[in-house]
Design a binder for this molecule. Structure first.
Ligand SMILES: *[C@@H]1O[C@H](CO)[C@@H](O)[C@H](O)[C@H]1NC(C)=O
Ligand SMILES: *[C@@H]1O[C@H](CO)[C@@H](O)[C@H](O)[C@H]1NC(C)=O
Ligand SMILES: *[C@@H]1O[C@H](CO)[C@@H](O)[C@H](O)[C@H]1NC(C)=O
Ligand SMILES: *[C@@H]1O[C@H](CO)[C@@H](O)[C@H](O)[C@H]1NC(C)=O
Ligand SMILES: *[C@@H]1O[C@H](CO)[C@@H](O)[C@H](O)[C@H]1NC(C)=O
Length: 953
């Protein structure tokens, strides 16, 4: 009986104790709430209603299963609670789980928490706790498993003493404001650690090798610190690892072998470090590896073969390294590839056809490499693609038809390759297309009218191709179009008036085409336009006054055939270079025919008019004088770069100084303009000798493509021949580079032959020009050591001296064979002159020059341009072959030549030589030496009219 009583008493005591605990925990919670800022009233229900004394039923409070009343869990996350940590919470002696994350707590971390005997899970992440982590924490927390202080404002040294908490499974201190300090060595002693998350903790020093002891580690994140040294080999021992983030540190050395053995590894990020050496062979052998980022390092060597057999990889970013060699041939066949970025490396070989084999590829970025061959037809089936960047490689051949029309693609960037063929009308399927970048390729044909259906298009660049035909008026339907660049092509016909409907257009480049007709006044309706370049076309008529509505920061309509008076607003200084080369255009005063009524009224009026006119002329004279001075100053300052001195390097004896040349660079002396720069005529020296000065575009402005100074000087200075334009000297300072050549008074063969002056060139002259140019080229190919390939032979690069003798000019893209690989990433040549082998290979030989020279002879014999509207969409070679096949040799001879009948035989013989030069197969074209011999024999059979001097050096 007594025993039963005793038992009952004990039970009662226990119950009382529990109730006391419960009621005291309730009191602690209420005390805590009383100091909390609770803007949403989330805790307002505590202590109210039926469960008053029993906190286990209160919102966000939980109790241990066995003692029905003591508070074991408190989850107050994401309630916008604020102010300091409520110290009363340290009195909840049974607390196991405390979560205050994502609130607005401020002030120091409470030292008292470390004394809670059973606290296992502490989450204070996402608040504004500040100050140092209390040192007491290193000695308490006997049962802590999870410590999460991520994203607070904690400062002071990194709390190395927390490594004393050997039971920890999660150690998350990332994104705080600690002062620079190393990761504690003792971190390797936390044997149960599963998560080590210390990103952006200002860690310096190295990664301790002891980290390899953390056999249970699943997630290792040391990113965004200043950790240096090598990645310890021991990391390969972390067999539980799923994720490793080491990006944005200062790691160096090579990546250790061993990651391939990590069976669970899913993602890995070593980006933005200074890692060097090869990617280890086993890297992609880890069977679960899905995401690999190693961009922005100095990794080199070939990609490991394991990349081809990776099973889970869907995201690979290795851009901005120095990797070389090919992608594995079957890459994409074995893995669900979705995102691939290998940009800015030296990778070569073909684009694997299997990249989209699993039907998941969305983003394909291979720009700035040396990939070659065609775009695989298989990619045309890849309907998941949304972003495609293949620019600046060596891709060639036509673009697969279906590739044009992929429905999801919003960016299609193919610029800077050697792609050929046409833009297929299938492009109408690319409904999402917003940027279409095709510039610097070998595309031909007309633009399809279907382009006008791509209503999302904002940027369309196709400059530097061989597009021809007229501009499709349907482009005017592209209501979002902001930038249209079709310059440097062979477009002809008029600028469609409807272009005025392109209301969003801010930049329009149509320069260097064969556009004719008026400048549409409707262009003045595009109010937001700031750049308009129509230079180097054949536009005629008056400049429409409506263009004055535009606020143009760049306006160039030079080298056209405009006439009439310039609208007054365009007389400003900022337009001084906008209208060069339009001889029919008058600035301010045009000779008018006068108004018949005004004539002969009275002499006083006339005298008044004369006075006014004289005054105006005087004013203009003064203004012009001032303008000239200013221009001179502008030029001088632009060229001078302060007092930096000019360096003159002469290759022949010169009797002028660098000053003489520099001072004569006046806009009124411009005689031409090309891809590499402007050409001025300068009259210098005691004899008043004329020189041609080529001023190369400043390095900053010019792309690599046209920055030809070094190439030209290196080549030309070695070359001495009577049929090669003589380079007298080069003049450079830090900002400006000038090349001074002998002046060729009769300009280029192209200008002469394709203008009104063509009648000057009778057949004997044309024949002499052909022989001279052939000898010049033959010298380059056969007598230079190493041989020189010109790479841009065309009639505009054959210049004529006073006696119409011809000299080969413009070695901007010449490159000596044997000086490095003969293939080059930069494609040279001009529309209509490019040998067919360019379409499938960038391997350049003398044979390509011979083809281009054949085209020049065809121009001489037929009088036709290499690409011209008269011969339709064809180039001259195709047109000549087609006509000869139908109507015989004589049908293509230039019938405007008065003596055509007399020289018919000779012309036919020369024509046959040209046809040999333009044979499709490079090997079957005769060498230049043989071309010279054949050309000479044409004459010797008849009467030897021309005595040709032997080659001279
Ligand atoms: C209470 O018991 C359940 C299962 O009965 C368990 O899932 C839960 O984790 C226990 N809660 C605590 C705080 O021990
Ligand atoms: C960490 O533990 C060591 C003993 O293992 C002890 O000497 C040291 O005082 C502890 N650090 C702190 C900050 O309590
Ligand atoms: C880390 O930074 C601190 C403070 O700037 C400096 O004293 C210490 O030498 C650095 N340690 C290393 C290994 O760079
Ligand atoms: C760390 O985060 C701060 C802002 O919280 C930022 O300014 C800093 O650049 C980051 N450090 C690194 C290495 O990313
Ligand atoms: C990996 O662990 C094994 C044994 O567990 C050990 O012998 C080896 O040295 C470790 N490797 C590294 C690189 O730490």
């Amino acid at each position: 009986m007594a025993a039963t009583r005793l038992l009952l008493l004990a039970f009662l005591l226990l119950l009382l104790q529990a109730i006391a605990a419960a009621s005291s925990d309730a009191a602690h919670l209420l005390a805590a709430r009383s100091v909390l800022r609770d803007p949403t009233g989330a805790l307002a229900g505590w202590g109210a209603g039926s469960g008053r004394g029993l906190p286990c039923r209160w919102a966000r409070v939980s109790c241990a299963n066995n003692s029905a009343a003591a508070v074991a869990g408190l989850d107050l996350s994401k309630l916008s609670l604020g102010d300091g940590f409520p110290a009363a919470l340290c009195s909840l002696r049974s607390l196991e789980h405390l979560d205050l994350s994502a609130n607005e707590f401020v002030g120091p971390l409470p030292a008292c928490l470390a004394a809670l005997p059973v606290l296992a899970h502490l989450n204070l992440a996402g608040n504004s706790f500040s100050g140092e982590v209390p040192p007491e924490w290193g000695a308490g927390f006997r049962s802590l498993l999870v410590l999460n202080l991520v994203q607070n404002l904690l400062s002071g040294e990194f709390p190395a003493f927390l490594a004393n908490l050997t039971g920890l499974q999660e150690f998350s201190l990332a994104y705080n404001l600690f002062s620079p300090s190393p990761l504690p060595m003792k971190i390797g002693d936390l044997a149960d650690l599963r998560v080590l998350f210390v990103a952006n903790c200002s860690l310096n020093g190295t990664i301790p090798a002891s980290i390899g002891k953390l056999k249970n580690l699943v997630n290792l994140d040391l990113s965004r610190n200043s950790i240096h040294g090598e990645i310890p080999r021991s990391i390969g021992n972390l067999s539980s690892l799923e994720q490793i983030e080491l990006f944005a540190n200062q790691l160096s050395g090579s990546i250790p072998v061993g990651f391939g053995g990590l069976k669970r590894l899913h993602s890995l990020d070593f980006s933005m470090n200074g890692l060097t050496g090869d990617i280890p062979e086993d890297m992609f052998a880890a069977p679960s590896l899905a995401s690999v980022h190693m961009y922005q390092n100095n990794l080199s060597g070939h990609l490991p073969a394991t990349l081809g057999t990776a099973q889970s990889l869907y995201d690979l970013r290795i851009f901005a390294n120095q990797l070389s060699g090919p992608l594995p041939p079957e890459f994409g066949k074995n893995c669900p590839l979705m995102f691939l970025d290998t940009s800015d490396n030296g990778l070569s070989g073909p684009i694997p056809a299997t990249l989209c084999a699993s039907g998941k590829l969305k983003q394909l970025m291979l720009l700035d490499n040396e990939f070659e061959g065609a775009i695989p037809v298989e990619l045309g089936q890849c309907r998941t693609l949304i972003r495609v960047r293949l620019s600046s490689n060596r891709l060639s051949g036509p673009v697969p038809l279906e590739f044009w029309g992929l429905p999801g693609v919003y960016l299609l960037e193919l610029s800077g390759n050697a792609l050929s063929g046409t833009v297929d009308p299938a492009i109408a399927g690319a409904k999402n297309l917003s940027k279409l970048l095709l510039q610097d390729n070998r595309f031909t044909g007309a633009l399809p009218a279907k382009l006008g259906t791509l209503t999302n298009l904002q940027e369309f660049k196709a400059s530097n191709n061989c597009f021809s035909g007229s501009l499709p008026p349907s482009l005017a339907n592209l209501s979002l179009l902001d930038n249209l660049d079709l310059s440097h092509n062979s477009f002809s016909g008029e600028i469609p008036r409807d272009f005025g409907k392109l209301k969003q257009l801010s930049q329009l480049y149509l320069s260097d085409n064969h556009l004719s007709g008026d400048v549409p006044s409707e262009l003045g309706d595009i109010i937001g336009m700031n750049t308009l370049d129509l230079s180097n076309n054949e536009l005629s008529g008056q400049l429409p006054v409506q263009l004055q509505n535009l606020k143009l920061t760049h306006f160039n309509i030079s080298y056209n055939k405009l006439s009439g008076t310039l609208p007054v607003l365009f007389n400003g200084l900022q337009y001084q270079e906008s209208f060069l080369g339009n001889p029919g255009l008058c600035h301010g005063f045009c000779q008018s025919n006068g108004d018949p009524d005004a004539k002969g009224h009275n002499t006083i009026k006339l005298i008044v008019y004369i006075f006014i006119a004289a005054a105006i002329i005087l004013l203009i004279g003064l203004a012009w004088f001032g303008y000239k001075c200013r221009l001179h100053k502008i030029n001088a300052s632009e060229l001078d770069d302060g007092k930096s001195s000019w360096v003159l390097t002469s290759y022949h004896r010169v009797d002028f100084s660098e000053r003489d040349i520099v001072n004569s660079l006046d806009e009124s002396n411009v005689i031409g303009q090309g891809g590499a720069g402007k050409v001025y005529k300068a009259v210098v020296g005691p004899e008043g000798e004329a020189m041609a000065v080529k001023k190369l575009w400043p390095v900053g402005v010019a792309s690599k493509r046209i920055d030809s100074f070094e190439a030209e000087v290196a080549t030309l200075s070695k070359v001495r021949h009577r049929n090669i334009v003589k380079l007298a000297c080069s003049i450079t300072n830090t900002v400006c580079r000038l090349l001074v050549y002998e002046y060729m008074p009769n300009g280029s063969l192209g200008d002469m032959l394709h203008s009104a002056k063509r009648s000057i060139l009778d057949w004997p002259m044309r024949y002499k020009i052909a022989v001279n140019a052939a000898e010049g080229l033959s010298y380059l190919h056969h007598d230079c050591e190493p041989p020189i390939v010109h790479r841009d032979v065309k009639s505009n690069n054959i210049l004529l001296d006073a006696e119409y003798g011809a000299k080969v000019a413009d070695f901007g893209v010449a490159k000596t064979i044997g000086d490095g690989p003969a293939t080059m990433s930069v494609i040279a040549g001009s529309c209509g002159y490019i040998a067919p082998e360019y379409a499938y290979s960038l391997h350049v030989t003398e044979k390509s020059d011979i083809y281009s020279f054949g085209v020049v002879i065809l121009e001489l014999v037929t009088g036709m341009k290499p690409m011209a509207p008269e011969i339709g969409e064809m180039d001259l070679v195709t047109w000549v072959s087609a006509n000869i096949a139908q109507n015989g040799l004589e049908s293509v001879l230039d019938h405007t030549l008065s003596e055509a009948e007399q020289f018919k035989d000779e012309m036919c013989k020369v024509l046959k030589i040209a046809l040999l030069c333009v044979l499709n197969i490079p090997k079957s074209r005769p060498p230049m030496r043989a071309v010279v011999k054949m050309l000479l024999e044409v004459k010797e059979e008849n009467k030897p009219m021309l005595k040709l001097a032997p080659l001279s050096i």
